[in-house]
Design a binder for this molecule. Structure first.
Ligand SMILES: Cc1cc2nc3c(=O)[nH]c(=O)nc-3n(C[C@H](O)[C@H](O)[C@H](O)COP(=O)(O)O)c2cc1C
Length: 160
């Protein structure tokens, strides 16, 4: 079994979550959505896709990748992860951003938590996050354990 993890990340936390997943799976490769054209998706049995949310949306590149590769994504065992500051909205965002067929086909759509890294934010982003989070401090709220649920589902384990 060969797995490819494809992530879209602006400030690195989705990349970090993707790495956590890839390091726990045997025979697994990882790529950003920007470099995914270097990979042949047909070479893989399992695909994992994930993006962070900004202003209620996944990145344009991530959404374009899904539209352009819908057929092959629906042909593979698929796991999805979502990175975002508002856990209660991750499924709603995934359902509104992703094609219904992807949501129905995925064996898991998991929440990976989030990070606020003030060192990597621009002025506008700092301003928004200070209001939303009511703090000017960086936060690491990634949920590495949720990677296990996604991997268990990919492996066909029940109740994952
Ligand atoms: C300007 C800005 C807008 C954001 N908007 C949302 C949002 O609408 N919903 C959400 O759940 N998280 C939101 N977040 C939180 C990010 O998804 C979170 O910081 C995530 O870890 C960033 O992922 P990345 O490091 O892979 O880019 C926002 C963060 C910033 C800086």
């Amino acid at each position: 079994m060969k797995t490819l993890v494809i992530y879209s990340s602006k400030h690195g936390s989705s990349e970090e979550f993707a790495k956590i997943i890839s390091e726990k799976i045997n025979n697994c490769e990882i790529t950003s959505v920007e470099n995914v054209s270097e990979k042949n998706l047909c070479d893989y049995n399992h695909l994992v896709i994930g993006s962070s949310i900004y202003a209620g949306k996944f990145s344009k590149k991530f959404n374009n990748f899904i539209q352009e590769n819908l057929k092959i994504l629906l042909d593979k065992k698929l796991g999805v992860f979502v990175i975002g500051g508002i856990e209660s909205q991750y499924l709603k965002t995934a359902s509104s951003q992703l094609p219904e067929s992807i949501i129905n086909h995925a064996c898991a759509v998991v929440y990976g938590g989030y990070k606020y890294d003030f060192n990597r934010m621009n002025f506008f982003e700092k301003f928004i996050v200070k209001i939303v989070s009511k703090t000017g401090k960086s936060i690491d709220a990634l949920k590495p354990k949720n990677a296990d649920a996604l991997i268990a589902s990919l492996n066909g384990e029940k109740n994952a």
